[in-house]
Design a protein around this ligand. Structure first.
Ligand code: ACM
Ligand code: ZN
Length: 491
């Protein structure tokens, strides 16, 4: 029975096994630069024996007719070969192999003889994490990236700024981390944290080794109260504000009327761009209350000058101005689906979260979209019916499995503009690393399945069996989700 998540496109099984306790890696010239990282990765996976007795050759072969991320993995009795177009293809072949390892009676590692041909269904296979409502150290971020790599996800959407905290060091504006990264909770305690630029670079490099692109999100024009608590001059009213210590959506947003707001935001964006090689940049754009803009003389003047008839158009004008900065940096703007309101920026990619309508509307206009609908892709919901933890709606792994990111009403050309989907992990009610892992496992498995595998071959009963095996594997690897589940069930 196939044990691989996500399910490869084709597996042709042979008879017998390839058994070994040592490997010799051999690369085509095109892949020589990967020699050391892949050697280290394989060694870690097979946990090299101390007295090796039988070696196997692992060959990585450049195959220009394959696509990016695609691979053909051939396991023979004395040879493992991977044909691929790029390093990502080889990396994914290794992830497939790792899920097929067993140990035989002589203590040798074995892989079944087989040929696997495989490539992903979607280009964007994402996971989002809010580190603002609650903060997660880079060690935990790396554990999440490990999981993503194992299950062939390739975009880490890092939600770095919020009303409740600013989490990324900006050298030009030091108060963003001195002040905006810390809030006073209702009980008087202080809560917060941030990543230095060196830590950000470390995470980006760690992700790149797993062929994951890290996409930063700097929220604007709303969700800005933490930033405005340190720099109130870029608000409509001038403040003063505190970093927010409540959940919800704050009315304090960046002023669209003052040119200095855009200098501030451009400086930040330009600095953030130097840290993230990603071709995409997320600017938020969701849930921006218009109360302050409505009353602000600067904003009203701007609307008059620019011929904008309402605040929605002012929001659209705001996003277009930021889009220019990003285009100068060679970046593609992504925003939540509210950026459709008042007119969509030409090059923007829409992240459809309130439903799938935003994504459908975007691709019908010729823009690209990523599906993250609240109903199916919000991992801040409770994963099990029997959990009585906070009063949140339920999203089971079956719900995730049953979601198809491609809306049936789209034609083929429109479907091509849906570049993928993503699960979002908002952390208002996720306080610890254990809890975060509990929210990810096992729902990350069906996420991986719907993003990579072919939908025609879905079979929920065999997936149920598979999911249990993978949970056991991750418990062995030290993930804490099961312990956490016992604790909350016994509460
Ligand atoms: C969102 O959940 N506010 C994008
Ligand atoms: Zn204003």
């Amino acid at each position: 029975m196939n044990r691989i998540i996500p399910n490869p496109i084709t597996i042709i099984s042979g008879n017998g096994y390839c058994s070994f306790d040592r490997f010799i890696l051999e690369f085509d010239d095109e892949f020589e630069k990967y020699h050391k990282p892949f050697n280290d990765l394989l060694e870690k996976i097979i946990e090299n024996q101390t007295q090796p007795s039988k070696s196997v050759k692992v060959k990585c072969i450049y195959e220009p007719t394959l696509a990016t991320e695609e691979y053909i993995l051939t396991v023979e009795k004395h040879l493992i070969s991977v044909q691929c177009f790029d390093g990502a293809g080889f990396f994914y072949a290794i992830q497939t192999l790792r899920q097929c390892i067993s140990k035989n009676a002589e203590g040798l590692l074995t892989f079944p003889i087989m040929v696997v041909k495989d490539k992903p269904r979607f280009k964007w296979r994402g996971l989002h994490l809010d580190v603002c409502r609650h903060f997660f150290r880079i060690d935990e971020i790396k554990r999440v990236l490990d999981l993503m790599g194992m299950y062939k996800l390739n975009r880490f959407h890092w939600h770095l700024t919020e009303d409740q905290g600013w989490r990324i060091e900006i050298k030009k504006y030091p108060l963003l981390t001195e002040k905006s990264a810390w809030r006073t909770e209702k009980d008087g305690s202080r809560y917060g944290g941030f990543y230095t630029q060196d830590e950000i670079k470390e995470v980006v490099a760690y992700a790149a080794e797993r062929f994951i692109s890290v996409v930063p999100e700097i929220e604007l024009p709303g969700h800005a109260q933490a930033a405005l608590s340190a720099y109130p001059q870029y608000s409509c009213t001038g403040g003063p504000f505190e970093v927010w210590n409540d959940w919800g959506v704050s009315d304090e947003v960046y002023c669209a009327g003052k040119d200095s707001t855009f200098e501030f935001l451009n400086d930040i964006i330009n600095e953030v761009c130097t840290l993230f090689p990603s071709e995409y940049f997320h600017i938020g754009g969701d849930e921006c209350p218009k109360t302050r803009w409505h009353e602000c003389p600067d904003c009203r003047k701007r609307m008059k000058q620019e011929g904008l008839s309402n605040e929605e158009e002012l929001q659209s004008w705001f996003i277009r101005r930021i889009e220019k900065t990003l285009l100068q940096q060679g970046k593609i703007l992504i925003g939540w689906d509210e950026i459709l309101e008042g007119g969509l920026a030409e090059s923007a990619v829409v992240m459809s979260w309130r439903g799938t309508e935003g994504g459908i509307k975007a691709v019908k206009r010729g823009n690209k979209a990523i599906m993250t609908p609240w109903a199916s892709m919000y991992f801040d919901k409770r994963p099990y019916e029997e959990d009585k933890k906070v009063n949140l709606p339920i999203l089971t792994w079956e719900d995730v499995y049953n979601y198809d990111p491609l809306p049936q009403e789209l034609n083929e050309a429109e479907q091509k503009l849906i570049i993928g989907a993503q699960a979002n992990v908002w952390t208002e009610h996720i306080h610890t690393e254990e809890e975060l892992e509990y929210m990810l496992i096992p729902r990350l498995f069906p996420l991986s399945e719907i993003l990579w595998a072919s939908p025609e071959r879905k079979d929920i009963e065999s997936f149920r069996w598979l999911l249990k095996r993978h949970m056991e594997f991750l418990i062995q690897k030290g993930y804490n989700f099961a312990k956490y589940r016992e604790e909350i069930l016994n509460k």
